[in-house]
Write a protein that binds this ligand. Structure first.
Ligand code: PNS
Length: 164
């Protein structure tokens, strides 16, 4: 069985992520969407919230599982016998960072390959940070996140006196 892991912060999951997950699910027998820690980022949503949103939006995908990991991705891949890491690439600006991660992961666990899927044209500019910024100021994010979790994200991120 060919198992792929789609790792990320998913803070929150966007339509761009969901597109990559859907496409990965067609390429591999099983896809594990792995909510992971990025030491460079401070999350807006808790780990549980991010996982719940992923559960909700991947509901119909039979070969997709949601999991989390607070260690190295390479160790997780080994423990699951996964053969690939699937990541989306948007622009050249993503490339250097992703290339470095791919090489480091290959060094740590040589049995898995990093597979890059080019983002769909309509998601070129989309990122969780852009979504969070727009939602914070009350802008319309309905084109960027799955409809099932739209309200949850808006309520959580909108600027309020307690969250200025
Ligand atoms: O969505 P992100 O924040 O770009 O995803 C980055 C993530 C979480 C996949 C990456 O930071 C990660 O793999 N973290 C786990 C720790 C690890 O294995 N780091 C890579 C070693 S170079």
């Amino acid at each position: 069985m060919r198992i792929a892991v789609c790792p990320g912060s998913f803070d929150p999951v966007t339509l761009g992520h969901l597109d990559i997950i859907n496409r990965a699910a067609r390429l591999f027998d099983k896809v594990i969407v792995l909510v992971s820690y990025n030491t460079q980022k401070t999350a807006s949503f808790t780990l549980e919230e991010r996982m719940d949103m992923l559960f909700e939006v991947t509901n119909g995908l039979e070969n997709v599982l949601i999991d989390c990991n607070d260690g190295l991705l390479a160790d997780y891949l080994k423990s699951r016998n996964a053969c690939a890491i699937v990541k989306g690439l948007r622009a050249v600006s993503d490339f250097e960072y992703e290339f470095q991660m791919a090489l480091a992961n290959k060094k740590l666990y040589a049995d898995a390959e990093t597979v890059f899927l080019t983002t769909s044209a309509e998601n070129m500019y989309l990122s969780s940070s852009v979504v969070k910024e727009i939602a914070h100021f009350g802008g319309d994010i309905s084109d960027f996140v799955p409809p099932e979790i739209l309200t949850k994200i808006q309520r959580r991120l909108i600027r309020t006196p307690r969250n200025p």
